[in-house]
Design a protein around this ligand. Structure first.
Ligand SMILES: [Zn+2]
Length: 267
């Protein structure tokens, strides 16, 4: 029954990528049908943040944007980048600074430059008192020590696409971070650590995201409309998996994640 359907907010969708170019309206329509009412479109550099902003205008009341520089692009950070991001963040539909953070897994930008760009974006979030959308991969210790250095002033922040350990959850909880979980949890090859860790995430700190077009849940029974491409309409499937591993009722989990996301982004 439609009235019983859970509502969702996908807090991380890379809808500005080329893989969504030709059918973005259909993708959003499928999301709406599945109860995924609002989408926060991730900005990964200045150009994609601008595109995210345009989507937020085009799909008014459904799409929202973040503005930031992904650690992969950290080498591009300049004073101009900073002021462009600040300008965008004045817009009503640009809800958070990010994604920003550290990615020592691939080191597309040198670590030093990642740290510099991350600190600069933290400063922007602190100045503007905007929430932070954070990315961290294989850089937990540096990430935590940078957060610690500004923890008195830190606005609310979410560690998106969390794939880490119980210890990492506990560290994040100390900083009062929110934690975003994706369909990574559905991956029977590499999700054991995460499946254990989610039990330790407080329900009032949990948010859900697809990180589409990446991370298509590996245990879907249906074929996605576009081969191997993840879509926001699969968020309810992710909620089922997270509820299973957290050992909580899926309706209760979905409602918490929805309320947490609404409050976090001010929706
Ligand atoms: Zn990310």
């Amino acid at each position: 029954m439609i009235t019983d359907m859970n509502q969702y907010i996908d807090i991380g969708v890379n809808l500005t990528g080329s893989s969504f170019k030709k059918d973005v309206s259909a993708v959003i329509e499928r999301a709406q049908q599945a109860g995924v009412k609002k989408l926060v479109v991730t900005g990964t550099d200045v150009q994609h943040s601008e595109q995210a902003m345009l989507l937020a205008e085009q799909f008014d009341g459904i799409c929202y944007a973040t503005a930031g520089l992904h650690p992969h692009h950290a080498s591009d950070y300049s004073a101009d980048t900073g002021s462009e991001l600040r300008d965008m963040l004045q817009q009503e539909k640009v809800l958070a600074v990010g994604e920003c953070g550290l990615d020592f897994n691939r080191n597309f930008s040198p670590r030093k430059e990642q740290i510099r760009a991350f600190e600069a974006q933290l400063e922007i979030a602190i100045d503007l008192q905007k929430p932070l959308f954070l990315h961290q991969r294989d850089a937990h210790d540096d990430f935590v020590s940078i957060l610690r250095s500004c923890c008195d002033q830190l606005p609310r922040a979410v560690a998106h696409c969390f794939t880490g350990t119980i210890e990492e959850v506990n560290d994040y909880v100390i900083f009062d971070l929110y934690i975003g979980v994706t369909g990574w949890i559905c991956d029977e090859r590499r999700a054991q650590t995460l499946q254990q860790a989610v039990k330790h995430i407080p329900l009032d700190r949990l948010m859900l995201e697809t990180d589409a077009p990446y991370l298509l849940p590996r245990d879907l029974t249906e074929k996605p409309p576009e081969k191997n491409r993840n879509e926001p309409c699969y968020l309810p499937h992710i909620a089922e998996a997270v509820a299973h591993y957290m050992q909580v009722d899926v309706d209760c989990l979905s409602e918490s994640a929805y309320e947490n996301s609404r409050e976090f982004f001010g929706l």
